[in-house]
Design a protein around this ligand. Structure first.
Ligand code: PNW
Length: 452
């Protein structure tokens, strides 16, 4: 294996507005549900907030310099809905638009493509207060209107859009609380039926946003999604385990990705829900499955799946106690996922363009005496995932680009500032940026277009 990437392979980094921007009260921005959530004691580890975080709002020029140094071909960032529409809808805040104009122009000046995510969880608080956010069908039209505004303002320069980042995190973790520090804003506990209905509204909002983006675009644009499906990989690479993992991949994502790709809810999903089945129409399902130009997936850890003699024909096995993991309980090392995800989406849905929209890890990083962060563990994690991605490309699976999560250490949701996912170290007191060893490695990968 040459472990190399073709000339048109896109190397990028990803961030999200609430995690890196800071400046939550600046530039006319309205509050988001995450501001409210952070203000409630005990919700976020150490009661951290993102009021400043990495302060990209003020330091975007320095960050673009950093991206240029890395040699990035693209930067995936998200727009803060409440910076553009402080009331969630209606009057556009021109200062918010100006900020993203400045960021986009700075990127383009360095030949870095802006890849814009419309929604990465920071819902305007007013929409939560007024109608319960994603629990109401009203969200679908408000989201579509917001999408149309972004296309109108930015699509003269932005050619690639993601509608929504990871349904399961802001719906399932937001409206059905898990363990401590695993719950997300707005931190509600609703019934299973309401949860399934919220999932459906989120899908419908995505579909309507795709239509609005296309209707308002100033030039031909490409639209996709940045989902976080459960990615199953075969325990052993043999035919029956491979088929089992692929079947599990399709079926376990029935409530989001499979519904988008196939325009219907799988029978088994609806049957399992029983009385909790959401209300939906055929017309809505066709909106939800509006064809996409590419598919994006965030990926961190796989499910290890094999053939089994049971009703569904597969089972996932638990990770052994000493299986390596990074600094999140769910961050198990399973780099085969960057190979199997592009392969399965081609085999299942004939996807032609697939992007890894996030991959990376939290590590126990420290600045050493020489001012370096020698994150050999993150380097190991990334190297293994890139090798596996190179295998997918070499075999001809439709993997077209790779966004590392994340450019910078940032606000890691309910884990606050305590989890560092960046390839660049951020001193949260001085806001100084220091590229870690993994950043130096990534720079070399991009320069040579091979895993080194
Ligand atoms: C993603 N899990 O979230 C998000 O898109 C980012 O905003 C976030 O910072 C990053 O991954 C790291 O957490 C995830 O439980 C949250 O498997 C939870 C999981 C995966 C991804």
């Amino acid at each position: 294996m040459k472990a190399s990437f073709p000339d048109d392979f896109l190397f990028g980094c990803a961030t999200a507005s609430y995690q890196v921007e800071g400046a939550v009260c600046k530039g006319g921005r309205g509050l988001s549900i995450w501001d409210t959530f952070c203000a409630e004691p005990g919700r976020v580890l150490n009661d951290d907030n993102a009021d400043v975080s990495a302060d990209q709002y003020h330091r975007y020029q320095e960050d673009v310099e950093l991206m240029d140094w890395l040699g990035l071909g693209a930067y995936r960032f998200s727009v803060s809905w409440s910076r553009i529409l402080p009331e969630g809808r209606g009057t556009v805040n021109s200062e918010g638009v100006d900020y993203y104009d400045r960021l986009i122009d700075a990127l383009l000046e360095k030949d870095i493509e802006p890849w814009m995510t419309l929604f990465h969880w920071d819902l305007p608080q007013v929409l939560q207060a007024e109608y319960g956010g994603w629990l109401s069908p009203k969200i679908t039209d408000d989201f579509a209107a917001y999408a149309g505004i972004l296309a109108d303002k930015f699509s003269d320069r932005v050619k690639n859009f993601f509608t929504i980042n990871e349904f399961s995190c802001f719906i399932d973790k937001g409206y059905s609380m898990g363990d401590e520090f695993d719950a997300f804003a707005p931190g509600l506990q609703v019934s299973k039926k309401e949860l399934c209905q919220a999932r459906h509204y989120a899908l419908l909002a995505h579909g309507k946003a795709v239509q609005a983006l296309r209707a308002c675009a100033k030039q031909p644009i490409k639209i996709g999604i940045a989902e976080n499906p459960e990615i199953h990989v075969p325990v052993i690479e043999k035919e029956d385990d491979i088929l089992a993992a692929r079947k599990a991949f399709r079926e376990s994502n029935a409530h989001y990705l499979t519904a988008i790709m196939e325009g219907r809810y799988l029978d088994q999903y609806l049957e399992d829900l029983g009385e909790d089945i959401p209300e939906f129409s055929e017309a809505e399902m066709s909106t939800i499955s509006e064809p996409l130009d590419f598919l994006g997936s965030n990926m961190y850890s796989p499910k290890l799946t094999r053939a089994a003699d049971n009703e569904c024909g597969y089972e996932s096995i638990p990770y052994s106690k000493s299986h390596p993991n990074m600094v999140m309980w769910w961050l198990r090392l399973g780099p085969q996922l960057t190979y199997w995800a592009p392969r399965f989406v081609k085999e299942l849905w004939d996807v032609d363009a697939f992007y890894i929209t996030e991959n990376g890890c939290a590590a126990d990083d420290h600045l050493d005496r020489n001012g370096e962060v020698l994150d050999t563990d993150r380097l190991m994690y990334l190297r293994q995932h890139f090798l596996s991605a190179a295998r997918a490309v070499e075999e001809g699976w439709p993997l077209k680009g790779y966004f590392v999560w994340s450019l910078l250490d940032n606000f890691e949701w309910a884990h606050g500032l305590s989890r560092r996912f960046g390839i660049t170290y951020v001193n949260f007191k001085t806001l100084e940026r220091t590229p870690k060893l993994s950043a130096k490695w990534y720079r070399e990968v991009i320069r040579t277009r091979r895993v080194c």
